[in-house]
Design a protein around this ligand. Structure first.
Ligand SMILES: NC(=O)c1ccc[n+]([C@@H]2O[C@H](COP(=O)([O-])OP(=O)(O)OC[C@H]3O[C@@H](n4cnc5c(N)ncnc54)[C@H](OP(=O)(O)O)[C@@H]3O)[C@@H](O)[C@H]2O)c1
Length: 354
């Protein structure tokens, strides 16, 4: 049997890093070599991620380039945006394969970083060649990539629903409304006054109702598929849940869309995509995508309705923000980059009831 592939995770004390650890402790083809944390250096990983007790005795270590290059074959950087640009350049060209979970390499246009992230990108030349990590769209590119930028959680949830319709060019590209709902883990581990339990509990709170950063990557990817500029209007809401995203997406069409046509576009766009599920039943609780039953799983559930009166195509897409929205999708990309079966380590359903 081949030696396991050695994995390093920079930012392993965070929610995304912790979720990558959770998936990889049971992955048959890899071993966990390094989990970095400055705050928790020398502590066992399960002190911070107590769900991992008895699965690994790995200890956190400080992020050091030499340790990563000599002990790992593959590295995830799961650090806040603006931090990956300080780490990734020293790892590139060392033979390591890398997936960055932050926003630092997702956008192709360096000028876009000034507008959306308020920094001047120091490695603008890297942006064009970095592969955007959506396996359902860029499977072949990911297979041969050494460096992949994993998409944002609300971005991937929206893009997966909209991609077939952007490609088919059957919706109005100036009037697409993404109404996103997201759980508290989307904000990471660092507490703020707004995430304090007393303030966060029970909320349905819009935040960044215009100009949310994920708008940039959604527009970038849909424009590429459409071959022309696509604009979206996005408003996220913080919801009273820990995990999960539901995107309710309103699109309008000049043509009269039919249900069989929409089904066909979805199915033709996603052949052999085990993590895309279509959810559109006539009755029952699970008639439409529901992030609650996706908790811990790597699926993106997509549903739709046609509002004939308004020529509106209503798309509904749900993910677990830490899974298909982050770590699960990252591991799916990792599998492809390593020549492994795409679903390896990811084939489990969500919890029900939860
Ligand atoms: N949460 C989500 O749902 C989600 C979804 C998709 C993408 N993302 C993206 O994934 C990344 C991680 O998100 P998260 O939610 O896991 O954030 P988080 O909980 O705040 O964790 C970030 C981790 O990065 C480490 N870190 C911070 N600055 C660092 C530096 N300069 N060098 C090395 N390590 C550093 C921190 O660990 P120490 O301080 O202990 O070293 C921390 O544990 C972010 O870019 C986020 O936007 C998050």
């Amino acid at each position: 049997m081949a030696d396991p592939i050695r994995i390093g995770i920079v930012g392993a004390s965070g929610y995304v890093g912790g979720e990558i650890l959770r998936i990889l402790v049971n992955h048959p083809k890899v071993s966990l070599a390094i989990a970095t944390s400055k705050q928790y250096k020398d502590e066992v990983v399960y002190r911070v991620h107590p769900n991992l007790r008895s699965f690994t005795d790995l200890k956190f270590s400080e992020p050091k380039v030499d340790d990563l290059t000599s002990n790992c074959d593959f590295v995830f950087t799961a650090v806040p945006h603006g931090q990956a640009i300080r780490i990734v350049p020293s790892l590139l060209g060392t033979g390591l394969k890398i997936i960055d979970m932050s926003a630092d390499y997702r956008l192709k246009d360096p000028v876009a970083y000034e507008h959306w992230y308020k920094f001047t990108h120091p490695q603008a030349d890297l942006l064009q060649s970095t592969v955007f990590g959506i396996p359902e769209i860029y499977r072949e590119e990911i297979k041969s990539a050494g460096f992949v930028a994993n998409p944002g959680c609300m971005a991937i949830t929206s893009i997966l629903a909209l991609a077939p319709f952007a490609k088919a060019r059957i919706i109005d590209f100036e009037h697409i409304v993404v109404d996103a709902k997201i759980g508290s883990s989307g904000g990471g581990t660092k507490p703020t006054i707004g995430t304090h339990h007393a303030e966060r509990y029970g909320v349905m709170r819009p935040y960044k109702p215009v100009d949310h950063r994920h708008t940039a990557e959604i527009e970038q990817e849909l424009s590429k598929l459409a071959g022309e500029d696509v604009k979206i209007s996005m408003t996220p809401h913080a919801m009273n849940m820990v995990r999960g995203i539901l995107c309710t997406i309103h699109c309008f069409s000049e043509e009269r869309l039919t249900v069989p046509q929409v089904w066909r576009l979805l199915r033709d766009f996603y052949p052999n995509s085990a993590f895309i599920r279509y959810v559109k039943d006539k009755k029952g609780m699970g008639r439409y995508p529901d992030p609650k039953i996706l908790s811990g799983s790597n699926f993106c559930d997509i549903g739709f309705e046609i509002d004939e009166r308004m020529n509106r195509l209503l798309l509904l897409s749900a993910t677990d923000n830490l899974m298909k929205g982050a770590a699960g999708n990252g591991v799916q990309c990792m599998n492809l980059m390593l020549g492994l079966e795409e679903r390896e380590g990811l084939e489990f359903p969500g919890l029900h009831p939860i």
